[in-house]
Design a protein around this ligand. Sequence first.
Ligand SMILES: [Zn+2]
Length: 422
Amino acid sequence: MLDSQDPNSSVASTEADITDTIAAAAQPDQWASQKKFEREKHINYFKRSLQMLPGVYTSMDTHRMTLGMFALGGLELLGVLEETVSEANRQAWIEWIYSQQRIPDPLVGEDELSDKNAGLYGFGGPFSGLPFQDQSVAEGYQGCECGARSTVYDTAHITMTYTALLMLVLLGDDLSRVAKEPILRSLRKLQQPNGCFVPCITDPESDMRFLYCAAAISHILNDWSGFNRQTALQFIRGSQTYEHGISQSMYQEAHGGPTYCAVATLGLLGGEALGDQKTMIRNEGEAEDAFEERKSQAGFVDKEGTRRWCLLRQLTGFQGRTNKVVDTCYSFWVGGTLATLGSMDLVNYECNRSFLMDTQHESFGGFGKWIDAYPDVLHSYMGIAGLSLMGEPGIRPMDPLLNISKRMQERLYTQSVFWRSS
Ligand SMILES: [Zn+2]
């Protein structure tokens, strides 16, 4: 996948290289004047986050799956996942993740799995961390007026499905208990006529984040039958703005997050999806409709414009939008986009690294959004991911498309039931 555009090809491409990268966690000589990368403190930060989070996370109760992925993924990027997670915890967490999977009620016959129920399945956000229970089988429950099972109020969420799958890979599961067909049926239900996705059937919100999650899920399951490629490409092209960055949806402002989501989706789609309509030339003798068909396979209206917009987001670190302040997470969102476009060599590593070293919390570990901000798990993960893209010693190389280490990407391809026999 995208070997020719591998952003880490000059950093570490073999298992031996990766081991060397982790072992050599010393400060790079050329940046001796910068603050030290507090690797040990970050390891402790993620270990603490797996056990308990501060009270400010209470409102994120239903995001436990995503928070867990950032903590486990952070430990993996720091090269200590296996030695940090005990076998008992590993097994318990795998069981907990599967307990959050919404699957067709075994008491309901396949005939009843009509279109109205599609969209329910996948992994959900748990309430207070409890295992999901299908209330439709509870004593005396009659189902709701709309005809759907009670799970309509507690459905899977596309982001939780994406992060649950990544967490299962991180924990060494082979994905054999993932209900692939119901998830694919859900994806087909969640994709909108304009090509974008809603996160669950009870939420009308629809934007590039969920389109990316659907693409990543399809890639992990190695099956794109739940994803309409053609309308998705139209949506991505339609969201490229006059600035040439990409917005959450059509007619909105260009933004680093959706630009990453869109470009990573194009990378996962592969083939002509990373092509550029602006530079396409009609071949001699090519019929006009054939040329139009070829153009419709390209995901960019102006690829160079998008690359330029991303590069212009670097001040010291990266900003997410024009005229905004720099923020830790965009070192990955914009950096991952540039890595996918094969342009990390155009980033000023020294300035970006210096900014990230300043957003580390010197006592607690972890990264804040800004200098002097308290750390949070998202920015901690993204800060380390951004450093990984620049080959920081002590951090594993990562795959910018799935937002996971290359080692875990390889584990997905060699150990998961969806890939290992393909
Ligand atoms: Zn941020």
